[in-house]
Design a binder for this molecule. Structure first.
Ligand code: DON
Length: 437
């Protein structure tokens, strides 16, 4: 059977192809000379499957899409405190190249506008790196996100540097506030090199998928940055990634995103997919016109808006039944789905509201797909309390969804592969209520 997703992508590209509105970025002569008709879209899943249609392997410069990744590297290399001291996390509601800083601290509002991005660039790598070493750190880091070695387009870089007066002005202002502590021209040069890294839509989708996959590149398996860094980066993409169009984007599309003036656009859907589109004509905000339309379609066609309320967690208790009779009776709670706080609370409530009268209690996790940290602690606490109430507790966990269960403080649990493996009552001698002493 032909795969479904590439056919869908081809169809949606066909629908937006006729829209030739918007203009190429004019302020970088090399970009103004690009082919305006290029069009491509790629989905990369968190388990490494890549689907694409159109111009998926055409190289173009990453531009501002480098910003969230360089920010991630700064957070990973210098820690949150050092980075937050220099770059804020508030949407500016202004254009990407606005010359504005927070009035009290002198910090740029966020790392997605140029002022914040140049500051983040200066914080990538260890303290004291030379400008060349820092660029190498950034290119190497971006390459790890993409899963292949990326290179800089020297022609685009030189072309932008010749017209970088506005970014130089911003950098000098940052220097005057001691947000930048080194030569402003060297920082602008490094930042422009970062923006001139060549990527394809395929690379960008993989970079986005690495964010969607908690910082682990789905193909290489490399943990590029940790999950806490990813959460910070995705939050900033969600609130500031589309500049002064961020509110429109948040309501219409609802996917943490970042655009670049060469026509790239990425979206990272936590736990699901990385998406990239490529179409060089831009709207007044500097975002790709057809890229925005494509994302609007993807979001509405496939329910990708992150605020789309998922099915409630109430279905976690698939059934609560008694298997066997008399002294052989076993209370079995079959659980299902992904268990996070609300689902775990529902399991707790089931046990509290219907205290089992059977000696042996089984929590069957066979149909559970995941348990996060808080749910794990809550499930183990149920096990502990059941033990203290005198029950023998079993976890049916053939896929080791809940590894190393250690209820602690008097709790005890036996892990088995199948409800049929629960020890016979003769071991225990009687039913609950009569036995444990
Ligand atoms: O700083 C600049 O002007 C560019 N090198 C990057 C700007 C950019 O991509 C803005 N995003 N849409």
């Amino acid at each position: 059977m032909r795969p479904v997703v590439p056919d869908y992508l081809t169809e949606v590209l066909g629908d937006v192809e006729a829209d030739t509105s918007g203009v190429l970025a004019q302020y970088i002569p090399e970009l103004a000379a690009a082919d305006p008709d290029r069009l491509g879209a790629v989905f990369a899943t968190v388990d490494g499957q890549v689907y694409g249609a159109g111009d998926v392997d055409t190289e173009f410069t990453i531009q501002s899409i480098s910003k969230p990744f360089a920010y991630a590297l700064a957070l990973a290399d210098r820690g949150f405190d050092a980075v937050l001291a220099k770059v804020g996390v508030e949407p500016s509601g202004e254009a990407f190249n606005q010359i504005s800083l927070e009035s009290d601290t002198g910090r740029p509002f966020n790392p997605m506008i140029n002022a914040g991005a140049m500051t983040a660039h200066s914080l990538a790598g260890a303290e004291g790196l030379s400008p060349t070493e820092r660029v190498e750190r950034v290119v190497h880091g971006l390459s790890s996100f993409a899963g292949r070695r990326l290179t800089v387009d020297e022609a685009v870089c030189a072309s932008e540097m010749e017209h970088a007066h506005r970014n130089l002005a911003i950098a000098h202002m940052l220097r005057s506030h001691d947000i930048l502590t080194e030569d402003p021209r060297a920082v602008v040069d490094g930042y422009v090199r970062q923006c001139s890294v060549l990527v394809t839509a395929r690379d960008l989708a993989m970079m986005a998928a690495t964010l969607a996959n908690r910082g682990v590149n789905p193909v290489s398996g490399e943990q590029v940055v940790d999950a806490r860094v990813v959460r910070q980066v995705l939050s900033l993409m969600a609130t500031c990634g589309m500049y002064d169009a961020a509110g429109d984007w948040a309501t219409q599309v609802g996917i943490p995103a970042k655009s670049g003036v060469a026509g790239g656009l990425i979206g990272a859907l936590p736990g699901q997919i990385g998406i990239a589109t490529f179409s060089p004509r831009l709207d007044v905000h500097g975002n790709s016109v057809r890229g925005v339309s494509l994302f609007e379609r993807f979001s509405s066609d496939m329910g990708l808006h992150v605020m789309e309320v998922p099915p409630t967690a109430l279905a976690v208790v698939r059934s609560n039944e008694v298997v066997g009779r008399g002294p052989d009776a076993i209370r079995v709670l079959h659980l299902q789905g992904g268990i996070r706080f609300a689902a775990a609370e529902r399991v707790v409530r089931e046990v509290v509201d219907h205290p089992p009268s059977e000696y042996r209690v089984v929590l069957d996790l066979t149909l559970v797909s995941s348990i996060d940290d808080v749910a794990r602690r809550m499930v183990l606490e149920i096990v502990r309390r059941l033990t203290l109430d005198g029950h023998e507790v079993y976890l049916v966990d053939p896929e080791t969804i809940l590894p190393d269960p250690e209820p602690g403080d008097g709790g005890r649990v036996t892990v088995i592969d199948d409800v049929g493996h629960v020890a016979s009552t003769t071991v225990h001698g009687a039913t609950y209520g009569g036995v444990p002493s």
